[in-house]
Design a protein around this ligand. Structure first.
Ligand code: AMP
Ligand code: ZN
Ligand code: FE
Ligand code: FE
Length: 274
């Protein structure tokens, strides 16, 4: 089996490895291809491609976009996108600016709840990459405001918590459109996180298929055998391509590894086939 990983994060968003380190890890684990899919940014892709060329790992330019949705989390992966596409660049710029506007508001909310934290501390945690809630969680952990990562989200950063600040999101049709415009393939990420019942998910996928969704992430570190089998069946039923990746961030609290679960190279060939 020639293994690949089509969902990973670097320091350019909320991962802990630089794009180069990520590719070194992928090469060390014998991967043939890796997609870098940072949240709302493609800033790490060129570095990843240079490292991939040196190490003999094919790099698929990617991005992960947050879509407006209730009750769970709806993320859309764009794979095989053209980085220089002006419309995509402009939309990502907009999302990045919205995140920059959001961060000081989270700091303000936390301080109002008597949590000692500054924007400088959070930015330092992001090491020059885009700031997200995991960086806030890391600061809270380091300052011993919380004892665990989960506590950081449950008590302070998650939905309904005092430091929660919603993010600007796009509609599903918008996310699919911006990915298609840039020549990429739109894949529903980790469907388990939508938190839909099985029958509701089927209806949801009908709607997404009509919006020209291309694929569904069948293999993911959050999916067990039951989910894999079910999503595989849904992909068949709804005429969607399949994708898979680890969603590796390098977080110490989560036992996720690059290239796990195993995904075969043929998955990528199928995805990128017109
Ligand atoms: P952001 O994009 O800034 O809203 O941050 C979202 C990221 O925070 C996700 O990709 C997860 O890595 C992390 N996250 C969000 N909610 C939780 C949670 N309840 N527990 C652990 N991590 C979470
Ligand atoms: Zn992330
Ligand atoms: Fe995600
Ligand atoms: Fe992800």
């Amino acid at each position: 089996m020639k293994k690949i990983d089509l969902h990973t994060h670097s320091t350019r968003s909320d991962g802990l490895l630089t794009p180069t380190q990520l590719l070194e890890r992928a090469a060390g684990r014998g991967l043939r291809a890796l997609a870098l899919t940072d949240h709302d940014t493609v800033a790490g892709v060129e570095e990843a491609m240079r490292a991939g060329q040196r190490l003999g790992v094919r790099v698929v330019p990617g991005v992960e976009i947050s879509v407006d949705f209730e009750p769970g989390t709806f993320h859309m992966l764009g794979l095989g996108i053209d980085l220089s596409n002006p419309a995509l660049k402009e939309r990502l710029e907009f999302l990045q600016q919205a995140r920059r506007d959001r961060n000081p508001l989270i700091v303000k909310k936390l301080r109002e709840a008597s949590v000692p934290i500054t924007l400088e501390e959070v930015e330092a945690e992001a090491k020059g990459g885009q700031v997200g809630r995991p960086h806030f969680a890391a600061v809270l952990l380091r300052k011993k405001v919380v004892a665990t990562w989960e506590e950081a989200f449950d008590k302070w950063l998650g939905k309904g918590a005092p430091g929660y600040m919603d993010k600007v999101r796009v509609s599903a049709a918008d996310a699919i459109g911006m990915i298609h415009q840039a020549g990429g393939v739109a894949v529903l990420a980790h469907p388990v996180q939508l938190r839909l019942q099985d029958d509701a998910l089927a209806g949801f996928l009908d709607d997404m298929a009509s919006k020209k969704l291309d694929g569904i992430e069948v293999y993911h570190s959050d999916h067990g055998p039951r989910e894999e089998a079910f999503y595989l069946e849904l992909a068949r039923r709804h005429g969607l391509k399949i994708s898979g990746g680890s969603d590796y961030h390098g977080f110490a609290n989560k036992p996720v590894e690059v290239g796990v679960p195993e995904v075969d190279e043929s998955v990528l060939e199928n995805l990128l086939k017109p």
